[in-house]
Design a protein around this ligand. Structure first.
Ligand code: FAD
Ligand code: NAP
Length: 246
């Protein structure tokens, strides 16, 4: 582990309690989907947490963060501004990457909240566009204002209309016409997600990546199990890979 002191270069506010922090450090080699440990020295001890990289290769490291009230790190992290320092362990970690996704034609990326971050990083790379004929990104959030990176993602959908579908889903207010209403497991069960993506979610040719709220991860896996999609393991290939944020 090598802790590097780095300065905050940008602080983008998406909504109250929802930001992206970009630090000066460009991580020399990482695979989209990996995370770094970030730390602050608070009351004499280094408090560290893991954060997925939302940046692309060669870019300064960017993290997509939500404020967890009462949390040990995020309340202090949210007080930091441009020019402030934080600690970054510059060794990328984790296996939630396309490298570990078996052969498939269709890739389903399902995120809640800041679980979107690794998918933003993957979509900024070349590999994903070369490997999959169809990519669906569904992002579940409480309110429309919590749809971070929406302009980037809607832009990608316009650029790749046949290959990429961006499907936001709102749970705590009426959604705009371009988003769905409800939680992801129910939207899969009802067929609404597939209808909006114009793609069936079936075991043949599909791989599903899930990231964010652990309850979403387990509920989506239960719904997909009814359709015959099972967790992917190195020694027992399947259709689902997960990254749980807590
Ligand atoms: C591999 C990995 C990658 C991660 N990447 C990101 C990321 O890119 N962006 C991001 O915002 N978070 C990410 N997290 C979560 C992050 O590491 C922290 O857990 C989170 O920021 C809360 O830290 P805290 O110290 O403020 O709260 P803590 O004191 O650690 O948490 C208090 C409690 O809040 C709950 N909790 C933790 N995280 C959340 C959350 N996001 N929403 C609701 N409840 C929560 C847990 O039950 C926890 O016990 C990731 C976690 C892992 C394991
Ligand atoms: N994101 C923000 O802008 C923001 C701002 C300030 C503070 N925070 C804090 O950050 C923490 C995380 O909040 P968050 O909104 O980012 O994440 P979250 O609570 O995980 O909610 C994100 C989305 O996941 C959905 N969800 C929750 N459980 C689910 C399940 N079992 N299956 C499927 N979907 C499920 C939520 O639906 P429901 O609405 O139905 O629960 C919501 O649409 C909280 O402590 C919050 O107070 C977040």
């Amino acid at each position: 582990m090598t802790w590097v002191e780095s300065k905050i270069a940008r602080r983008d506010v998406w909504a109250d309690g929802l930001i992206s922090l970009t630090v000066e450090l460009a991580v020399p080699q990482f695979t989209p989907g990996q995370y770094l440990n970030v730390g602050l020295d608070l009351a004499g001890a280094r408090v560290k947490r893991s954060y997925s990289l939302a940046s692309g290769a060669g870019e300064p490291a960017q993290f997509y963060l939500s404020l967890v009230p009462g949390g040990a790190l995020t309340p202090a992290l949210f007080e930091r501004d441009v020019g402030d320092k934080l600690w970054v362990d510059d060794r990328p970690l984790g296996f939630f990457t396309l490298q570990y996704v078996p052969e498939a034609q269709h890739l389903w990326l399902l995120a809640t909240g800041t679980g979107l971050g690794p998918f933003v990083s993957m979509l900024k790379g070349k590999d994903i566009w070369q490997r999959f004929s169809r990519i669906v990104l569904a992002h579940g959030v409480r309110q429309t204002a919590h749809l971070g990176y929406a302009d980037l993602l809607a832009g990608l959908a316009r650029e790749h209309p046949e290959q990429f579908a961006y499907v936001p889903a709102i749970t705590r207010e009426a959604p705009p016409p371009w988003a769905l209403e409800g939680r992801l497991p129910q939207l899969i069960q009802s067929g609404a997600l597939e209808a909006r993506a114009r793609l069936p979610l079936v075991p043949e040719g599909s791989h599903v990546l899930l990231c964010g709220n652990p309850n979403m991860l387990s509920e989506v896996q239960a719904v997909l199990a009814e359709r015959g999609l099972v967790k992917h393991r190195p020694r027992k290939p399947g259709h689902i890979s997960v990254e749980s944020y807590w």
